[in-house]
Design a protein around this ligand. Sequence first.
Ligand code: SIN
Length: 323
Amino acid sequence: MGKKVVVLGTGGTIAGRSERGSDNVGYKAGEVGVQSLLDAIAPLKSALQGREMVAEQVAQVDSKDMGFAVWSTLAQRCAEHLQDSEVDAVVITHGTDTLEETAFFLEQVLPPALLQAKPLVMTCAMRPASALTPDGPQNVLDAVAVALDSAARGVLVVCAGAVHSARLVQKSYTYRVDAFDSGDAGPLALVEEARVRWLGQPVHVAPAFSLERLSLPHAAWPRVELVMNYAGASGAMVRSLVYSDANVPPLRGLVVAGTGNGTLHVDLEAALLEVQRQGVRVVRASRCARGQVVAGEAPAALPHSQGLSPVKARIALMLALMA
Ligand code: SIN
């Protein structure tokens, strides 16, 4: 047994504040420091079972503004803490809006050996810290219960009493406090009165990726954009992304959120094939919230996203282009 649980704060609604307690939408995210958030949760002391809690403010952002610089720092801090033999687990507080992206990114870049040894648990809130009934404190308590559970491994997301894997978790609701789900698979576990009831096995399948590459300056991260198929779609958006002005880094990759089983309007598909021939890597995902693109018998002209949602497929493609 180690002696510490480290909590890394990155902002979000969990650290948000509004003028009125009844206002659950007109608040500013990323206002309350992570140490203050933790200090306000009295039962944390007993939840830690004698361990020390160490808080560190890595960022203070609304997660809609999350970017490569914070991701790099966060990954480095997670790696350092997970390597420390005094640390049992790392918990991250994060905004809900891009939480699934950060979770997937961390799972992809942190050394598998570290994540197989200790859990990295992310949590969040849908109501600001100033709300009449904030959901953040219970989510933090649940995250700590998961972090200290002997079966917990890899990057896990805890929200509203449910535990999700980084690969499958997805924000599905704009307002409900149980905002996340894991699609067809359902949650990995439930947290009930500080006890974790596992429904599945945490599996870590991340490829090894050298963390040093993340210290590249922002401009060196490959530019990968997302486009969508819809009624009346054309190739214009794709062409404007490729032939954009000289101040923007060249486009290296495109993920397309296709309709249904990753299908594409004939004009959009033609434009994507055209840019693929010019060296832009193109990946086909689906805009459907459930299921994944199922490959047919014939080889597809545009590779599919291996079950990843469009936003996660974009991260996977970026990292593949960096590797
Ligand atoms: C954010 O993602 O930072 C704001 C929204 C939230 O945390 O629910």
